[in-house]
Design a protein. Sequence first.
Length: 216
Amino acid sequence: MVAREKPLGLPIAREGVPFILGGLLSGLLLFNLSCWLGCLLLGFGVFCCFFFRDFERNTPAGDKLVVSPADGKVIEIAEVNESSFIGGPAQRISIFMSVFDGHVNRSPVSGRVAYRYYSPGEFHMAFVDKASELNEQLSLGIEYGGNRLLVRQIAGWIARRIVCYAVVTDELKCGTRYGMIRFGSRVDLFLPPSTSLTVRVGDRVRAGETVLGEVS
């Protein structure tokens, strides 16, 4: 289990606590000196409450189901070659997470973490094609039911901080929180070619709940 406990049982990711408290306390302290600045900081603190929201999710049951690792919009589905972990052809589902989406990432399947690789890089807008190749990213390879998939957290122009709790040998349950990306980003999911996809480009998805496909 790699999921982090939420502070005081609140539906807020613990990574957001410094931003929330910093914004709210700074706003209150500076309000008498500058109403405009105080309101701005208070507004930032309130926005962070929204951004770092982390409500429980109802993960569907089924060993062959693959659920979304992120909240957001499917911006691309492509057939690619994934050589780092899958070692051959794969289906890539790209999910763009705007600043208005929840940013907690969840495991798409139940399985064992067999691969983890961090790659420093650039910070292009997360929805452009070259972001998948050039941006800072962290890849997690999971073995499940005789299959392999790769889930890749990609930093964007605003997002400059990838968080991943999972390490090699961890056993993940489908829907388990395993990390997050701060302030707008992208997640690419690489699946075996035999996976029957149930989403299309333009679909909105929810981490840990929306079924993306089924393993044949």
